[in-house]
Design a protein around this ligand. Structure first.
Ligand code: ADP
Length: 539
């Protein structure tokens, strides 16, 4: 473009090559003119081009430049004014202000979007987390509710089971009392010789049935954790003697010799659970008698170890019976395990006795072991730690009849002559009458069919003893006992023995609370009856 047509020119960045041509307006010898030029903004200094009258620039950065050129006159003097021409190299579109503005907006938008995305991501994550936590919490509380409900159901069903067992054992015991009592009476009275074996079978079978009922009830109590141990003063000799007394008729029947050896070092009073000791020893001595046809049963009691606050007592029950094969010895303490598969048939039993004994001994912190030789005999050893009783503590033997310390009138004689029998079941009346008549020949027995009549009769007559059934119509045994204890004078202190088919501890406690002196489980063995009566009447 000739400079006189424009003073400036704009060229795009892409076509970035420009040639300036110039000429002086001196027309004399134009080819001898010298030139200098300079592109302001690019060249730091003037450039002499000699007589050449063009300048070429390539790759100029975008921007505004001023091209200056000057020529000399013939005298070699530079035209100081020269001429100038403005050159604008346009930036590419991506370097224009609006492009930068766009970049800025995009950057700000990008940062903003990034933050938005980040926060929304975090929010989503937070929400997800919150949802998960909420879900887990709900699930957890649902599971807890479920577990609670399950536990409650289990507790309820355990309670139902306990109640069922208590009721069942009561329902079984009541008729068993009649069966056992009457078969004993029949055996005692006149009968045909051929009937002897039938009567034996009835007696043996009912005895076995009773053991099973007792064992199952015990096991269920142990398993339910319902069995509470007592910590009361007891006389170990007394417990041992009571076991031997109860089982005496069986040893006599079999013609076995029973020997009891007690080391004098054994204290007369220790602290522990007499009922459980009685139960364990009954099982061991009972087994010894059951599995021995000839010879003897020996029971020894020694101090195994004397500690400062306790004494370890060792009871050993040795017999000369059938013995146990070595391979079966370890198993005899298992539930339903018997030394020989034909033992049930031959000797009866359930195989529960020793497993219950073992649990009872372990619960008391003791040990139980067995030694035996087939055909020679067996020895069962029980070691139980007992507390040492303080001096002057009253001894209470609660086994087998759970009698209480004497707080009532001391009877004048240990044999009752006049007995009031409060009992509504007529079969059981016959059984009790028969047993009492047999045990105390000439005894006078009155019968009261319910508690209310019993209270009236106690007031109207004089008795040495009341045998009180617990469950009776009109007025039950607890209420009748309370009514008798509330009477004026000596009558209120008459010995009262409960007779009940319910042997749960709660029932025993209830009887004692009502003011009864002792407890006879139904069905009773004659020895138990005699023992219980002796205890309350001797006081
Ligand atoms: P049960 O006597 O009801 O069968 P136990 O648990 O009391 O159940 O005894 C388990 C088994 O151990 C018995 O069946 C018997 O085989 C064996 N046993 C226990 N005591 C003796 C003993 N004194 N002599 C021989 N065997 C015995």
């Amino acid at each position: 473009i000739p400079a006189y047509l424009a003073s400036e020119v704009s060229i795009p960045h892409s076509t970035n090559m420009i040639t300036f041509e110039f000429a002086t307006l001196e027309f004399a010898s134009p080819s001898s003119h010298q030139y200098q030029y300079k592109l302001d903004g690019f060249d730091p200094d003037w450039i002499s081009s000699g007589t050449e009258h063009s300048a070429v620039y390539t790759n100029l950065d975008p921007g505004t430049y001023t091209f200056r050129v000057r020529g000399d006159n013939r005298d070699g003097i530079w035209d100081t004014k020269g001429t100038s021409f403005k050159l604008i190299v346009l930036p590419p579109w991506w370097r224009t202000w609006w492009a930068y503005a766009f970049y800025a907006i995009a950057l700000v938008g990008g940062v903003f979007a990034f933050i938005r995305i980040r926060t929304s991501g975090l929010n989503r994550q937070k929400e997800l987390l919150e949802r998960t936590v909420a879900e887990r919490t709900t699930e957890l509380s649902r599971k807890k509710d479920e577990a609670d409900a399950q536990r409650k159901r289990a507790e309820q069903s355990e309670q139902v089971k306990q109640q069922f067992l208590a009721n069942m054992s009561h329902e079984i015991r009541t008729p068993m009392n009649a069966i056992m009592g009457m078969s004993t009476s029949l055996k005692r009275n006149e009968h045909l010789p051929a009937q002897e074996s039938y009567l034996d079978a009835i007696a043996q079978s009912s005895e076995n049935l009773l053991v099973i009922v007792n064992d199952i009830l015990d096991l269920s109590k142990i398993e339910a954790g319902k069995l509470e141990l007592e910590q009361v003063p007891l006389d170990p000799r007394e417990v041992l003697r009571s076991v031997v007394d109860v089982l005496r008729h069986r040893t006599e029947e079999k013609g076995l010799l029973v020997r009891m050896e007690v080391d004098p070092a054994v204290p007369a009073r220790v602290i522990g659970d007499p009922t459980r000791l009685h139960q364990v020893l009954m099982n061991l001595v009972g087994n010894a008698i059951k599995f021995t046809e000839r010879g003897s049963v020996r029971i020894t009691l020694q101090v195994k170890e004397q500690l400062s606050e306790a004494v370890m007592l060792r009871f050993v029950v040795t017999d000369t019976g059938i013995g146990i094969a070595p391979e079966n010895l370890a198993r005899v303490f298992d539930e339903f395990a018997q030394g020989d598969s034909d033992h049930t048939r031959k000797y009866g039993g359930t195989g529960l006795g020793l497993s219950i004994s073992k649990r009872l001994v372990y619960m008391q912190g003791g040990t139980i072991t067995a030694q035996s030789e087939l055909g020679k005999g067996s020895a069962f050893t029980v070691v139980i730690p007992y507390g040492i009783a303080a001096q002057g503590t009253r001894t209470t033997v609660q086994a087998p009849d759970n009698t209480q310390p004497a707080t009532r009138r001391p009877a004048t004689h240990s044999t009752p002559w006049r007995i009031l029998l409060a009992e509504d079941n007529r079969f059981n009346v016959v059984v009790a009458q028969d047993e009492l008549n047999h045990t105390y020949p000439g005894v006078h027995i009155d019968v009261a069919p319910n508690g209310s009549i019993a209270v009236d009769m106690v007031q109207a007559n004089t008795y040495d003893l009341v045998l009180m059934d617990v469950q009776m119509p009109v007025m039950d045994g607890y209420e009748a006992t309370r009514a008798i204890r509330a009477l004026p004078g000596d009558t209120s202190r008459i010995p009262i023995l409960a007779m009940t088919a319910n042997v749960m501890k709660a029932e025993v406690d209830r009887c004692l609370e009502a003011g009864m002196d002792g407890f006879i489980p139904k069905p009773f063995r004659r020895e138990e009856l005699v023992e219980a009566i002796r205890k309350v009447c001797e006081r």
